[in-house]
Design a protein around this ligand. Structure first.
Ligand SMILES: [Zn+2]
Length: 382
């Protein structure tokens, strides 16, 4: 079988027969499974230090020294290809780096064929103005180029977190064990490693006990607005913050006041970054007992200045498409309709929240450019 394509000469037309994907879709985040930012072929605005490039396609971020897996997906051109053939490396594709001193294809040897479409890519050098492309060639290393991936390599920026256990009127989270905390940080690190940011943590020995509260175990208000009851947030975050650490507080429940008469929201977390104004609240992250590692990763994103992928100024919902949901910074709220069924699997397992941190900067999206923004804040986050 062949495919006929009518090329529109008057308009520029580029046909890319392969796509780049996260190597194992439906698996949870892992250190070697970066999200691939494959949102179209418009490249948006690159950070100035990333260099000018005419590469058109997906981007991926990799930490220096880290080896990750990326999958090349091909449409079934022959109509007869079965999965065994794909596993054996059919069609014969070869992944070749234009600059192995920056990003190197380390497996398979020789760059291809790619078993299951997967190759291993190593981040070698974080450097300025030296764009690199992983080009996919058909048939051999010298065959025609059928697609390209733009990697960006980042040196690891380690950040330290101090984890505090909080009891409000004697009630803390249902689980504040070291095991739960370690599991959450493991997931948050798997999500953030590709952006070249890592989080270590220590659990503070003493428990923060809050005696004044509306409801035992519940943080009821955190915005410093007019309050119906005591504000539990400032006593928590101002009591014993550890300097030069991201202070994370494990609490029972967090109830955020709904705005404009909407009903209150029970939240997995609430973050006050260093730009939070209007009160004397020390920067910190509250994490509720319903939070998992993805929720912690999301709050760490807020701490590093990231905003919700689906929200604009005034917390107004501006989009709720597949892509905004796939992102780590999706608000997980729907102002009107519930999510359609096909949004239940975003690529990390059924009903699992998205974990993608965007590499591209689509200039029409006010919340984009996440890797660069987070790294900028990570230099001076406190
Ligand atoms: Zn959020």
């Amino acid at each position: 079988m062949s495919i006929k394509v009518r090329v529109r000469f008057k308009k520029k037309q580029i046909i890319v027969p392969v796509r780049f994907r996260r190597a194992l879709e439906s698996e949870p985040p892992a250190l070697d499974l970066p999200d691939v930012d494959e949102r179209g072929f418009a490249m948006g605005k690159r950070e100035t230090t990333w260099g000018e490039a005419d590469i058109q396609g997906a981007m991926v971020a990799v930490t220096t020294g880290q080896t990750v897996r990326v999958r090349v997906v091909t449409p079934d051109m022959e109509g007869e290809v079965n999965s065994d053939d794909v596993d054996a490396g059919f069609p014969p594709l070869f992944a070749v780096s234009t600059d192995p001193k920056v990003a190197e294809v380390v497996e398979p040897t020789g760059g291809g064929p790619l078993p299951g479409g997967i190759f291993r890519l190593k981040g070698v050098l974080d450097t300025r103005n030296r764009p690199v492309s992983i080009q996919i060639h058909l048939g051999s290393r010298d065959g025609p180029i059928v697609g390209e991936l733009e990697p960006h390599i980042f040196n690891l920026m380690p950040l330290r977190c101090a984890v505090h256990r909080v009891e409000i009127k004697g009630v803390g989270p249902s689980d504040s064990s070291a095991q739960r905390v370690a599991t959450m940080f493991e997931m948050a690190n798997a999500i953030w490693r590709h952006a070249g940011i890592s989080f270590s943590h220590t659990i503070r020995p003493n428990i923060i006990r809050i005696a004044e509260a509306t409801t035992a175990g519940v943080v009821t208000e955190g915005r410093g607005q007019s309050l119906s009851g005591p504000n539990e947030v400032s006593p928590i975050v101002n009591r014993q913050p550890v300097p030069q650490h991201i202070n994370v507080y494990l609490v029972g429940k967090i109830v955020v006041k709904g705005k404009d008469g909407q009903k209150d929201i029970e939240a997995d977390g609430q973050t006050f970054d260093k730009t939070f104004r209007g009160s004397s609240i020390n920067p910190g992250i509250l994490v509720s007992e319903t939070a998992d590692g993805q929720a912690l990763g999301h709050e760490l994103g807020h701490f590093l200045s990231l905003t919700h992928s689906d929200r604009g100024d005034g917390d107004v919902e501006i989009r709720k498409d597949f892509w905004s949901r796939r992102r780590l910074m999706f608000s997980n709220r729907d102002d009107d309709k519930p999510r359609p069924a096909h949004h239940a699997d975003l690529g990390y397992g059924l009903n699992k929240s998205g974990c993608m941190i965007t590499v591209k900067h689509v200039t029409t999206d006010p919340n984009d450019d996440e890797v660069a923004r987070a790294r900028r804040r990570a230099k001076d986050p406190f």
